[in-house]
Design a protein around this ligand. Structure first.
Ligand SMILES: CC(C)(COP(=O)(O)OP(=O)(O)OC[C@H]1O[C@@H](n2cnc3c(N)ncnc32)[C@H](O)[C@@H]1OP(=O)(O)O)[C@@H](O)C(=O)NCCC(=O)NCCS
Length: 149
């Protein structure tokens, strides 16, 4: 299995939208509505142009299996991520976080810590952060995971 992150491009926008509009993703998101193609394309273009946003696609060989975004504020990067519905439950969720950490360590951005907000009901995602050594802080209906890198 050859697993790596590639930088996202505009050609990845529609795959990311279809993963984002999948019912399980919506249930586990903080904003649950379906997103239109037009609003997604505008958002995606803005994110690609934002130097504080690092947007990656997880590749398994030549197959796209997920995406991860790190939004940087000062020296903290906030993670958002999802795995393609058909690729879930195969270990990609744990690996995508580990690979993004490596990217951020090797980056010039000076990021010193990564965080991720996860709804407590999202057991699979909690497990992915915990398996990567993140510490959970209670935040109402969510956990705020964090780790120094
Ligand atoms: C959450 C998500 C990223 C996980 O990715 P994944 O590739 O399916 O996860 P993995 O296969 O790497 O690991 C899942 C782990 O969680 C465990 N798990 C699954 N459901 C669980 C639950 N309800 N409670 C606790 N652990 C659970 C699995 O057993 C597995 O652990 P193991 O590998 O040690 O056996 C993926 O399901 C997804 O994209 N969901 C929709 C979007 C989303 O929730 N994004 C994260 C928002 S914070």
């Amino acid at each position: 299995m050859s697993l790596y992150l590639k930088k996202a491009t505009i050609e990845d926008a529609e795959d990311v939208l279809s993963w984002r509009n999948d019912p399980t993703t919506r249930e586990n998101s903080f904003t649950k509505g379906e997103i239109s193609l037009l609003s997604h394309m505008n958002w995606f273009q803005r994110k690609l142009a934002d130097s504080n946003c690092h947007l990656f696609i997880l590749m398994d060989g030549d197959m796209k299996v997920g995406n991860i975004r790190v939004d940087v504020t000062e020296d903290v990067g906030e993670i958002s991520y999802m795995i393609a519905p058909e690729a879930r439950g195969k270990g990609y969720g744990k690996k995508i976080i580990a690979l993004a950490e490596n990217e951020m360590r090797n980056d010039e951005t000076g990021v010193k810590a990564l965080t991720g907000m996860v709804l407590k009901s999202n057991g699979a995602s909690c497990h992915c952060f915990e398996a990567n050594g993140y510490t959970a802080e209670n935040a109402g209906d969510s956990f705020c995971y964090s780790k120094s890198i």
